[in-house]
Design a protein. Structure first.
Lengths: 352, 352
């Protein structure tokens, strides 16, 4: 299937800069620097931690601003969060929505440290008729013919969840430029488009925000005419840590026969993963794996299953189900923009 | 041109894990963690710094082995080096060699710290009939149908260059997993395939090494029948730091009219860059830029040129020439494997 992809040059240019997490990095609880997935809409801006100022205004009692030193003086929290791009899996669709051509790897888990958004909002005092909070990044570009800064909003209620935070550190180190240095939003449980990087402004508004990234992009639509619904929380997904050794070009796996410890990770933004099933026969039969506890409420859990592998060719897959009953489909469900595409992770394995 | 690429699924799978340096990172003298290009033939192996052992043997007086603590006790050196993938530019070719589909970004500059290979060889004492040194990584995979560990050799003379080193640190921090942790070879001036990551063994040999990465891959060949010549030192290249703002999808640039400070970087593995010329009319006329001194002998230099930009559409390019007279071609020179493809970096710019 993949060999018929016919990826365009524009998609390739995106794939050359935005990258996934090589799946062997599933072995790490926290994804090491540089292996966490990246999706950068425009350019990485050049911001200085010393001079960066976050402004907080709009429908508030007191417009306020914060340097990084001001933020460091507020109560600090650390949240371990699995982030995933809303477009992960897009390149599996036929016909293929043309944008960043993700396969399976647009994910990563990090420990983010910073302050609760609610503490920053509290300092400004939202008006009683406030309904949403708009987060604006320092990155600018053209998208859909419109010049814009990257912006996303949350309802006031979502923004006030204690774990929704402004992060200055990732895995104990100051943010790297590509992950939003010196300040970014992190919204646990939601796809990554909401976690605005290079955060410059927070604005409280009294009408629902109708920006490009809400109205045009990041909607699950069946056609151009369909208004669809917004993308928000992360659908369940499981990934298989690579078995044996790879072929350089096909990335297919070659494994020796015998007892094979299969392992991987699974997560959902809707609640705990309650099961991961494994198939080694392309989905005809499924086996319940052993789940390990998640690292944190909004982070992935590990799973393990032992395969007694005989020589042959196999289509190996894993599918997760979460506490709400959401379960990965066997094959991808199509939509116009290629969002929330979370089919079973199928891998071709040769045992020999 | 690019929109006709027709990249296959296998190429896409490679592009999703191996990534270039987003070109806005040309602003940094040293490429930050996670932005340096990556080309990983097989999987990132799981090695522990505490227990890793480098063995040194073959045609030597005394086979020896080194822990990382042993290496830390030897004289330390730091070299600032620009590394580039030998396949950078491959996806610009028509017909396109099918492998990792690089455009322009497979480059990065880092300060590597470790020990000279010559000190390690000295401890073992190569026999008088030794001709080459084979470096073996801990990463294994299938390539061209052959199961193999990643291996490359150098002549004894090259290996003894003082700046050819075994690195344990990159930009002052222990190596990241994807850059060869805990130990890698760094060969300044050569394309990246020679700088073997996850280094496990050094073996002195009395016959020229004929491994897969020398005999099959990494040769400049015009046809399957052509034996060609090996890829070794880095051909000159210059890159333009992105102007103005990007379009998300096309990555084309939009710039306001007026005085525009153009800047970029240039390098060559054959010797100093002596000139970078800039064109804003697709190569009809060229303007000499101002060169800044290189960071180090084997690292990139900066260049600057001021453009008085009027509204319109432009094809902007930069080309480097080195002290040996090597100069970038206007359009890519084709070869079977897509190596050393170093044409002028052309960028479409709209001034408005």
């Amino acid at each position: 299937m993949l060999s018929e992809a016919g990826i365009t040059g524009e998609e390739l240019a995106l794939a050359a800069r935005n990258h996934g997490m090589p799946l062997e990095a599933l072995r790490y609880d926290l994804t090491p620097a540089g292996l966490h997935y990246l999706l950068i809409h425009y350019d990485i801006p050049a911001l200085e931690a010393e001079s960066h100022v976050l402004t907080v205004g709009g429908a508030v009692e007191d417009a306020v601003s914060f340097t990084l030193a001001d933020l460091a003086a507020l109560p600090q929290r650390t949240e371990t969060v699995t982030l995933e791009c809303a477009g992960n899996g897009r390149a599996l669709l036929r016909p293929r929505p043309v944008s960043q051509p993700w396969l399976f790897e647009a994910v990563g888990t990090a420990a983010w440290t910073g302050v609760s958004v609610s503490d920053v909002l509290e300092a400004a005092g939202p008006h009683s008729d406030a309904v949403e909070v708009v987060f604006t990044g320092a990155d600018r570009g053209m998208e859909g013919g419109v010049e814009q800064a990257y912006q996303r909003s949350l309802t006031l209620e979502e923004a006030r969840r204690r774990e929704v935070m402004l992060a200055t550190h990732m895995n104990g180190a100051p943010l790297l430029p590509q992950h939003g240095a010196p300040l970014r939003l992190v919204v646990p449980g939601w796809y990554g488009m909401t976690s605005v990087k290079w955060l410059a402004d927070i604005s409280v508004v009294t009408e629902p925000f109708a920006g490009y990234q809400h109205e045009q992009a990041y909607r699950v639509r069946q056609s151009e005419e369909d208004r669809g619904r917004p993308v928000d929380r992360i659908q369940p997904r499981s990934l298989i840590q690579p078995l044996g050794i790879p072929d350089f070009f096909t990335r297919g796996r070659v494994v020796s026969p015998g007892e094979i410890g299969m392992t991987g990770r699974a997560w959902s933004g809707f609640g705990a993963v309650v099961g991961v099933e494994v198939s080694v026969d392309g989905g005809e039969t499924w086996h319940e794996s052993r789940l390990r506890p998640p690292l944190a409420e909004y982070a992935w859990c590990g799973w393990d299953w032992t395969w007694q592998a005989q020589p042959g060719h196999y289509r190996v897959g894993a599918r997760a189900e979460d506490v709400t009953g959401r379960i990965q489909p066997l094959e991808p469900d199509w939509n116009l923009g290629g969002y929330e595409v979370n089919p079973v992770h199928w891998v071709d394995v040769e045992v020999r």
